[in-house]
Design a protein around this ligand. Structure first.
Ligand SMILES: Cc1ncc(COP(=O)(O)O)c(C=O)c1O
Length: 448
């Protein structure tokens, strides 16, 4: 295990959080603030304690256990890159898995119909999309469905249009589908990422067959309005481009904003020209359970994608997802509010303590896209990166930040055009950890 300041990482995180907790409560730091694998974070008053630090180190966790391999010298301390949450999952999920585990047989599953019923209910009741059970296709991830859609509807001779900066996985998917991409960069106007409509339409050439509309947008956190979605949808219709709506972050929308499912837009032609991809893997931190789905109100489109789609899900994944849909709402509402407050905490912290870091207010997701271009200029990232064997100045900065603060962020260059000078930070962690992370980053950034 990697060492940090002479102690292992697990101990470090425990100590870091306890220091923060002691600071916040006048020294009442006890082992009770830490969750053991068997405990639940629900308190007697019905509230979940998201301040409680749930230690995920050494559980084959990409967010915490992958970066140390890059920094064997032990400088890595905080995994704020990969998009999974650090909270203990909703107790209803653990209970459902434990109950199923009492039956000691794991042969092939019979049906996913009850899971599809829950998906239809969740989307109908929470988001106002009217779905038929048979139009929902279960997949093992957004990846599998989207790659099938790309292969079927774009292929090697077509191209996929993407607003950037964009989720790095979209480029992985297009590579797997052997479909080239075309970027239309978002532009920052009055502190918000906006679509450059002129550029977008200019990029809608005849070889473009599909456009990915990521809503809420990863990594910027934008939540697109109904008007914006309709305008995209009508442009796509005019140019024979099918919309791939990736709505995996749809449940994380901040107060004052509203998620509009592409499939609920008030224009049937626009809706029928789209396929939506979703999951509750972000909502309930179930990414490792490999479950997602896609749907279209246009049976012909759906049929074409299905021809290229093959995915199988596991019994445990279905059990976990069904339990989350059925019984997890209360947990989710509380975690959503907690993260909303953590976004405010970060915004205020940056204003007060890291004024050189550029902040764009998030409307959704638990990610934030920070502009470190001033710090990068101060440390000569542009001049130094090649000499240090890095592919981009942002990768050089990623390593610099780990070596100077222990904090690992995702380099903006992963997210295509528009990612220069930026880093993506995941804030779905206990605020006790966030406070330590912010302090560590500030002391590194402010000293150059
Ligand atoms: C926008 C977006 N789409 C898709 C995915 C991956 O989805 P899955 O794990 O279901 O394949 C992610 C993961 O972070 C994401 O942010």
């Amino acid at each position: 295990m990697a060492k940090s300041a002479g102690i292992d990482r697990r101990t470090f995180i425990r100590n870091a959080s306890l220091t923060a907790f002691a600071g916040a409560t006048g020294g009442l730091a006890t082992g009770a603030t830490q969750a053991s694998a068997a405990s639940s974070s629900k308190m007697a008053n019905g509230k979940y304690d998201f301040d409680k630090v749930y230690d995920r180190v050494n559980h084959n966790t990409s967010r915490w256990d992958s970066p140390p391999k890059r920094y064997p010298e032990g400088t890595f301390k905080y995994g704020m890159g990969v998009a999974s949450m650090d909270f203990e999952c909703a107790p209803c999920i653990t209970e459902a898995i434990a109950e199923r585990n009492e039956h000691h047989s794991w042969g092939y599953m019979s049906t996913t119909e009850p899971l599809r019923d829950e998906i239809v209910k969740w989307n109908g009741e929470r988001h106002g999309v009217d779905l038929a059970n048979e139009s929902v296709v279960i997949s093992d991830g957004v990846y599998a469905g989207m790659i099938a859609a790309m292969r079927s509807l774009a292929g090697p001779s077509g191209r996929v249009l993407i607003n950037t900066p964009a989720y790095s996985g979209f480029y992985t998917m297009t590579r797997k589908a052997i479909t080239p991409t075309v970027d239309s960069p978002l532009v920052k106007v009055n502190g918000r990422y906006e679509i450059d409509w002129e550029d977008l339409e200019a990029k809608m050439t005849p070889d473009v067959r599909a456009m990915i509309v990521c809503n809420p947008q990863n990594p910027t956190g934008n939540v697109w309005t109904q008007d914006e979605l309709l305008r995209i949808g009508r442009l796509c219709l005019d140019h024979n481009i099918v919309v791939f709506a990736d709505e995996i972050h749809s449940d994380f929308v901040r107060k004052g904003h509203k998620y509009t499912p592409f499939g609920s837009l008030p224009d049937a032609a626009v809706v029928n020209n789209s396929i939506s991809f979703n999951a509750i893997s972000k909502t309930f931190n179930l990414a490792g359970m490999k479950n997602a789905y896609y749907y279209s109100k246009n049976p012909r489109l759906l049929e074409r994608v299905n021809q290229y789609h093959f995915a199988e899900v596991s019994t445990l994944g279905v059990v976990a997802n069904e339990a989350a849909y059925k019984h997890g709402v209360d947990w989710f509402e509380q975690v959503k509010d907690y993260i909303d407050g953590s976004h405010d905490m970060l915004e205020n912290y940056i204003k007060q303590h890291m004024p050189t870091v550029g902040y764009t207010r998030n409307e959704g997701t638990f990610m934030t896209f920070l502009d470190f271009s001033k710090t990068m200029a101060s440390i000569g990232a542009q001049e130094q990166y090649k000499e240090h064997g890095k592919e981009t100045p942002e990768e050089y900065f990623r390593d610099w930040l780990v070596h100077n603060s222990g904090v690992y962020l995702n380099p903006g260059s992963m997210y295509g055009t528009g990612g220069a000078g930026h880093m993506r930070m995941n804030i779905a962690s206990s605020r006790l950890v966030l406070k330590d992370v912010f302090d560590a980053m500030a002391s590194a950034v402010n000293k150059v």
